[in-house]
Design a protein around this ligand. Structure first.
Ligand SMILES: Cc1ncc(COP(=O)(O)O)c(C=O)c1O
Length: 480
């Protein structure tokens, strides 16, 4: 690639060869995903040495593409949780649909600027279509709007800043935010980044289904008002990370209305289940929120780097973020012609809209709906199977596609069960057919299975249950 007059500008033939080589590796990689281990062994002795071997000095001269692809696909990629594989049932998966990769390739090659409407109005319109579709999915009216973000954390952060700007004066330190003890930690982080002391975030206790207790919430708000504080924001969850719990969204909307709070729903995980009938049933009331975080890199199966923040009143986003300088391009006055830099923290950024637009247009939204329905069925099926395992306790029934459980055989003191379940987790993951993770639920260590990859089907879930059963038998033989 180095024999061209301008090495940064490969010829058309060279570009073709590069694309073909990369495509061949990528397709081979994707085709082999079902046979690949669900994760690398992070505790293996040579892991650190393999990582250090990848550290390198700034290269003065170029290297052949084949060698670089070898390094990537043989050394770097295998050293990872296999987040794209069907056995990845950890944290909140998504998988990464292929057309989004194609979209990134096209968007980066075309390299247009979508921060300001005037710079690429056609492409901005495609991204606005995506925002509109997302609003429609959660039941927002046509007057709503929003932005695409890099993920749920940035969506939650933007929501906190917007709520603060809408409800509090510039001197905002008396403002208090209400969440539950199950709310994702990115909300606390967002509050601190938005300038609040961390104690201004109130964590309200949850009920036995891990849903926010609305009576406690009302009581706390009233105590805070009496103490001279300024309650201004309520953050509820539509699918918590721990157990997939969905707060009483309608009840929370009543509290927010009565108390004059900005209501934000963190639907980063659960939101796209609104495409399904079961999801719409359990998330009734979500459309009453002032803002909703919804992550396409979770429930729409897009690759990492794709979140969104939807708002009932897009002008609130503009009021919170507008800022101008003389060197900027012309800003639009018509509210239909959106300048993303005017309604979000970013100025220059990737054309991320294409990553959602291309797969939705190619497959149609019904393909996503069917896959999400399949995930709901699989989580329920796995829970039913776990119930059949002797001494298995279901700690959280799936409200969506996540089930939390632990093995609690007789003869173990309560304080030994956490260790026992950590051993169970290690044993299951060591088989490398599936990768699952754990969490603490009210002092009890729980294992979680979160089914949210479009590549996960019944065969992999059967394998998962078989691995759990085998590990339980192994540990039972060891005894307390
Ligand atoms: C419920 C919930 N909210 C927010 C986030 C943060 O999203 P992200 O990792 O995209 O920043 C997550 C991440 O798993 C989540 O599960």
């Amino acid at each position: 690639m180095q024999d061209h007059t301008y090495p940064l500008e490969p010829s058309t033939d060279q570009m073709r060869v590069m694309v073909e080589k990369a495509a061949e590796r990528v397709i081979e990689h994707i085709a082999s995903l079902p046979r690949q281990p669900a994760s690398y062994d992070e505790h293996q002795a040579d892991t650190l040495a393999r990582v250090h071997a990848l550290a390198e000095a700034l290269p003065e001269r170029g290297t052949d593409l084949d060698g670089l692809l070898d390094l990537l696909f043989q050394e770097a990629v295998p050293l990872s949780y296999n987040t794209a594989a069907p056995g990845y049932l950890a944290y909140i998966p998504g998988g990464g649909v292929f057309p989004s990769a194609l979209a990134d390739f096209i968007a980066n090659a075309v390299n247009r600027y979508v921060g300001a409407w005037i710079a690429a109005p056609g492409l901005v319109q495609l991204e606005l279509n995506v925002v509109r579709w997302f609003c429609e999915i959660i039941g927002y009216p046509p007057s709503s709007g929003g932005i695409l973000t890099s993920g749920g954390s940035m969506a939650n952060f933007t929501a906190v800043v917007t709520a603060r700007r809408e409800h509090l004066p510039d001197d905002f330190l008396a403002g208090t935010i209400y969440t539950s003890d199950q709310t994702h930690h990115s909300v606390r982080k967002a509050a601190v980044m938005a300038g609040f002391p961390k104690d201004n975030v109130r964590e309200i206790a949850t009920n036995e289904d891990y849903e926010i207790n609305l009576d406690d919430l009302r009581r706390r708000i009233s105590e805070d008002r009496e103490g001279g504080l300024q309650p201004f924001m309520l953050v509820t969850s539509a699918g918590t990370t721990n157990t997939g719990a969905i707060d009483d969204l309608g009840g929370a909307a009543d509290v927010a209305e009565d108390e004059g709070l900005w209501l934000h729903v963190d639907a980063a995980y659960g939101g796209f289940f609104m495409l399904t009938e079961r999801g719409r049933d359990s998330m009734r009331g979500i459309e009453r929120a002032d803002s909703v975080a919804l992550d396409p890199h979770k429930g729409l199966f897009l690759p990492y780097g794709n979140g969104s923040l939807l708002v009932r009143d897009p002008e609130a986003l503009r009021r919170a973020h507008t800022s101008f300088a003389d060197y900027m391009p012309e800003i639009q006055r018509d509210t239909d012609l959106v300048d993303f830099c005017e309604i979000s923290p970013e100025l220059s950024r990737d054309f991320r809209g294409l990553r959602a637009w291309l797969p939705i247009k190619l497959f149609g939204i019904d393909a996503f709906r069917s896959s999400l329905d399949e995930k709901l069925d699989l989580a329920q099926w796995a829970t039913d199977q776990l119930r059949e395992v002797p001494d298995m306790e279901i700690l959280a029934e799936p409200q969506l596609s996540l089930t939390a459980f632990r093995w609690a055989p007789a003869g173990y003191a309560e304080d030994k069960l956490n260790d026992l379940n950590r051993q169970l987790l290690t044993c299951v993951n060591a088989r490398q057919n599936v990768y699952i993770t754990g969490t603490m639920l009210r002092d009890r260590f729980a294992l979680r299975i979160c089914v949210l990859s479009f590549r996960t089907h019944r065969d992999r879930m059967e394998q998962c249950i078989a691995d759990i059963r085998e590990c339980v038998e192994e540990l039972a033989q060891q005894g307390p």
